[in-house]
Design a protein around this ligand. Structure first.
Ligand SMILES: *[C@@H]1O[C@H](CO)[C@@H](O)[C@H](O)[C@H]1NC(C)=O
Ligand SMILES: *[C@@H]1O[C@H](CO)[C@@H](O)[C@H](O)[C@H]1NC(C)=O
Ligand SMILES: *[C@@H]1O[C@H](CO)[C@@H](O)[C@H](O)[C@H]1NC(C)=O
Ligand SMILES: *[C@@H]1O[C@H](CO)[C@@H](O)[C@H](O)[C@H]1NC(C)=O
Ligand SMILES: *[C@@H]1O[C@H](CO)[C@@H](O)[C@H](O)[C@H]1NC(C)=O
Ligand SMILES: *[C@@H]1O[C@H](CO)[C@@H](O)[C@H](O)[C@H]1NC(C)=O
Ligand SMILES: CC(=O)N[C@H]1CO[C@H](CO)[C@@H](O)[C@@H]1O
Length: 485
């Protein structure tokens, strides 16, 4: 609780002081359409109007396709890339940007990862064609044939008929907040279900390490650091970023990091219709498959915004939701690193938050999961310079593992193509043999033979959000800002 109040105060103060819009708008617009620029002003606040995402969507130019190979022409590697970082006090919204570096390792088409068996070879080099994909950083059209096809994956599932939340936050939605426990809404009260992954069970002092919102320009800096330290992590990748930076996604995957889905345009999923949620997850899954040849079996809802409807949709599509740890006393393991680039939280405050997380983590019987990001230079510098070293140098030290691994999920199960476990990600139960995802005490049916065994229709919540727009999202985000996730 203290943690939340602290961040709320910080957020209010900073938002009032600077009139800077929240990061989450910027976070999905900064890199869109600027893929050709070697140096990126990670803190260009001018994009915070929320309109640039729309205009930039046609300019994504990530091809990176040297013939027969999947590697872009790399800038010469600097000796300090991944090892140098600014003093803590200089990690801020206005910090000068370091020149970015492309991936330096070439992975030929047809190469397979060597760290697990049954891995698919890398597919034909990804070539971005605008016509193949929805506009970046916008809700994909739900009437496309792709989305209609993916909707059929919900057949046989008991998708709870919950109306979308107002904006995915607690402040503007009193009636859904009152029902938050019943609908298993994590955002307001931290409600989880047994199907959620939120810790590393039975592995105290183990940090299930992850980074959200890439692959992006400074991800390569983080990858260098992780490589040097022999750390593997889980990357929750945004579809709009994947098609922009395919070689960075390949580098993540081939380097032994786990790849998971983090939606196409980073919305609050509980606000969306069922078809919109399917579209957000489906297009991201498709982008990852197109680039690295495998389909993730795990996902993270942006902002942790999940309820029983989002859960059931995600599981029906074969993806287990992963959030981050919240202690019984309500301390959410969010570093607020994502608020540094917008000038809302200082690097010192974020790091102090992280030290509190490590302190709390030391008392837990389970390992833990923390929210951190690789989208911005600031967040990468915080990771390589401060948070990761703090955990490694802690006495006693923490063990850092990817989240699947710390949950006993082998690499093979992290991807549909190599997964041989019929009960994973969820048992194909009969009408009462599945796992209870909605908390009603009965199993939620999944009929893999295509026969719908559940009563509810697969497209139950189809009321159209016809008026959904970027500006509506922006307003929602501004409204939420004080409720920091
Ligand atoms: C993408 O490919 C086109 C055509 O081959 C080329 O003109 C353009 O420079 C490439 N962009 C990048 C970022 O590689
Ligand atoms: C509250 O949640 C329950 C369980 O998901 C649901 O059946 C019910 O319709 C919800 N009530 C309201 C008012 O949203
Ligand atoms: C847990 O986190 C809270 C909030 O950051 C902090 O006040 C508290 O000191 C932490 N507990 C430990 C044992 O570090
Ligand atoms: C298959 O997955 C289920 C569900 O996660 C798990 O309980 C079981 O141990 C797995 N079996 C094997 C052989 O890995
Ligand atoms: C398909 O699965 C359902 C539920 O599990 C079952 O009732 C039905 O008999 C199955 N149909 C076929 C053709 O196997
Ligand atoms: C949605 O439901 C309607 C009416 O039940 C049905 O006609 C339609 O085919 C369904 N669409 C999908 C994608 O399942
Ligand atoms: C739990 C359950 O019903 N598992 C079934 C999943 O499907 C396979 C193949 O159809 C069955 O053999 C399992 O019994």
């Amino acid at each position: 609780m203290k943690l939340q109040i602290f961040s709320v105060l910080l957020a209010i103060t900073a938002a009032n002081a600077s009139k800077i819009n929240p990061l989450h708008v910027k976070r999905q617009t900064t890199s869109a359409g600027t893929a050709t620029s070697a140096t990126v002003a990670a803190s260009s606040v001018s994009s915070s109007t929320g309109t640039s995402s729309a205009s930039s969507s046609t300019t994504a130019t990530s091809n990176g396709t040297a013939s027969g190979s999947t590697t872009a022409v790399a800038a010469p590697a600097s000796a300090t890339w991944g090892t140098s970082y600014p003093p803590l006090s200089q990690i801020s919204s206005g910090m000068p940007s370091e020149v970015t570096q492309a991936v330096t390792t070439t992975y030929s088409v047809g190469t397979s990862p060597t760290y697990f068996s049954g891995a698919e070879p890398l597919p034909t080099a990804f070539v971005f064609k605008a016509a193949d994909w929805p506009a970046q950083d916008k809700l994909p059209d739900t009437s496309s044939s792709e989305v209609q096809e993916w909707m059929q994956e919900l057949d046989g599932w008991d998708i709870p008929d919950l109306s979308p939340t107002v904006d995915g936050t607690c402040v503007s939605d009193p009636s859904n907040v009152a029902n938050a426990s019943a609908r298993g809404w994590w955002t307001c009260g931290g409600y989880t279900r047994d199907t959620d992954i939120t810790v590393c069970p039975g592995k105290p002092m183990t940090w299930g390490t992850s980074f959200d919102d890439g692959p992006a320009f400074y991800t390569t800096k983080l990858l260098h650091f992780l490589h040097d330290q022999n750390i593997k992590a889980t990357f929750f990748d945004v579809g709009s970023r994947c098609i922009e930076n395919p070689n960075i996604l390949i580098d993540e995957y081939m380097s032994g990091h786990e790849i998971a889905v983090h939606t196409w345009s980073h919305p609050h999923l509980t606000t969306l219709t069922t078809a919109e949620i399917v579209a957000e997850l489906g297009w991201t899954r498709k982008a990852i498959k197109a680039i690295i040849g495998v389909t993730p079996t795990t996902m993270r809802p942006p902002y942790g915004d999940i309820d029983d409807r989002v859960r059931a949709i995600s599981l029906a599509m074969g993806m287990i939701p992963i959030i981050w740890t919240r202690t019984p006393s309500g301390v959410s393991f969010d570093t607020f690193d994502w608020e540094i680039p917008g000038g809302v939280v200082t690097s010192e405050a974020s790091f102090s938050q992280f030290e509190g997380i490590l302190g709390n983590a030391s008392t837990l019987d389970d390992g833990f999961i923390v929210l951190e990001h690789d989208l911005y230079e600031q967040t990468v510098d915080m990771a390589i310079g401060y948070t990761l070293p703090a955990a490694l140098n802690h006495n006693p030290p923490f063990t850092l593992e990817p989240i699947g691994q710390c949950n006993g999920i082998p690499y093979t199960n992290m991807y549909v193509e190599s997964n041989l476990n019929a009960s994973f990600p969820i048992a194909n139960g009969t009408s009462d043999g599945g796992i209870d995802t909605d908390g009603d005490g009965t199993g939620d049916a999944k009929s893999k033979n295509g026969t719908s065994s559940a009563a509810s229709s697969s497209n139950g919540s189809s009321s159209q959000h016809a008026s959904f727009s970027i500006s509506a999202t922006l307003l929602a985000i501004v409204a939420t800002f004080v409720v920091a996730i």
